[in-house]
Design a protein. Sequence first.
Length: 217
Amino acid sequence: MTPQPARSAPQGLTLEGRYTRLEPIARHHAPDLFAVANLPGGPERFRWLFSEAPSSLAAAEAWIDQVNAGQDRYVAVLDKASGRAVGQQAWMRIRPEHGSIEIGGVYWGLPMARSRLATEALYLFARHAFDDLGYRRFEWKCNNGNEPSKAAATRFGFTYEGLFRQDMIVKGQSRDTAWFSMLDSEWPALRSEYERWLSPDNFDASGGQKTRLATRG
């Protein structure tokens, strides 16, 4: 079968889940994102990102203006229970002509890190890319020193593809980049497992999982 390009780049839609809502990032998200980035332990989570934790509300607003003027398409991740923005992520390396797209720029704040909110935020991106837009390839990349990010990619069902050595200079340091991907042929089984895991029946009254996400077969 002849490979087909994706239908389009993401068009700035709001994506709704059970627990999260993904909205195109805008200045009105800045107060929440500034607050969550500066919780105790929050600034340290920017270690592997291209940017630093915002030092002021004005800095958060300026960063939002900057990314919205670029080629990547950032979204704010909202916790539907509170209505507050608790993280951000972006569509990157958007190549509809090749059917390939990346999730990057991920900052899942401490209120959502390692929770069903983070898993659903990833799932909503993957579902939109594969099911709505017809992408063939969904990418995840990170600094090779970022062990939590590599572990997350594996948990989410991405396949490790290899290492780009001395790929970038980031914050004055040489970065080796680890590449991961998920393909459209793998998505139906992964989608079923995400939906099973994200079901309310899989969580106790405190939000703890009853079973693990099993994406590795």
